[in-house]
Design a protein. Structure first.
Length: 258
């Protein structure tokens, strides 16, 4: 009999090209029992507009699909900022364009256009120190946020999933395109909450091995498939992968969540 869970199990394993037998059932059961009895996971997300438990911590409204690098400066100030960053930092034009696209999405979502310049500059300078791609078609966006006031939708952290169906050059150490990135937006006082930011980054970084314990090539293929999904399906699939990665992480839950 086809149940909701068996359907999700089949869908998840099919899109990632993983064996379906006995893959998600023990993981979901384990995660459900763990999360039900723990308050330590609250820092990930406390949805106030939760559509469905499958959308945790990533909700469809914060899944963004970006195709190509067709961004162009909207005004003279943006053009000057891009030129200044291009001259001062060793970043490709493609990467700078994507950085502007990403920060446009975030600042428009939070209705804070005045934060575009500092957030673009912050992410560009962070990327100039070393790519935030973790390889395997996946990357993290972090250290772009200043202390500007942002009203979160799902405090204490808004999780974002950015998808690139055609891949994007992000200077990954393995030389491969990036198809998916996880980003976080924290409260304005996040600099006084290093535990919150660090734990969020650690948990998100586990998704670099979305197809674990198989090969890095399988991870790339999995993220390529996710990037070409509908936003709702992509959110559900990424969250299931997230739960699986947390459950199978070699790190102890005490170290990871406390």
């Amino acid at each position: 009999m086809l149940t909701r869970r068996s359907f999700l199990q089949f869908s998840f394993t099919s899109v990632l090209g993983l064996p379906a037998q006995n893959l998600l059932e023990p993981v979901l059961n384990e995660c459900e029992r763990f999360l039900a009895g723990s308050n330590s996971f609250d820092f990930v997300d406390r949805p106030r507009t939760l559509v469905h438990p499958d959308f945790y911590p990533i909700q469809p409204e914060r899944v963004v699909v970006i195709r190509g690098d067709g961004w162009l400066p909207e005004n003279t100030d943006e053009h000057r900022l891009r030129e200044r960053l291009a001259c001062g930092l060793e970043l490709t034009v493609e990467k700078l364009n994507v950085i502007f696209q990403l920060m446009h999405v975030l600042t428009n979502y939070y209705r804070k256009p005045q934060l575009l310049r500092p957030w673009v500059s912050g992410l560009a300078k962070r990327e100039s120190l070393g790519s935030t791609s973790l390889g395997g078609g996946f990357g993290l966006l972090h250290q772009f946020q200043d202390d500007g006031h942002v009203r979160l939708v799902n405090p204490p952290v808004d999780w974002w999933l950015f998808l690139f169906p055609d891949g994007v050059g992000w200077d990954a150490w393995d030389g491969k395109p990036v198809y998916g990135m996880i980003g976080h937006v924290f409260p304005p006082h996040h600099r006084r909450l290093p535990g919150l930011t660090m734990r969020s980054y650690i948990l998100a970084s586990l998704m670099a091995k979305v197809a674990m314990p198989t090969s890095r090539e399988a991870d790339i293929a999995a993220w390529r498939r996710i990037a070409r999904m509908d936003r709702t399906i992509a959110a559900r699939t990424a969250n299931l992968a997230f739960a699986r990665c947390v459950a199978e992480s070699p790190m102890s839950r005490v170290e990871l969540l406390q």
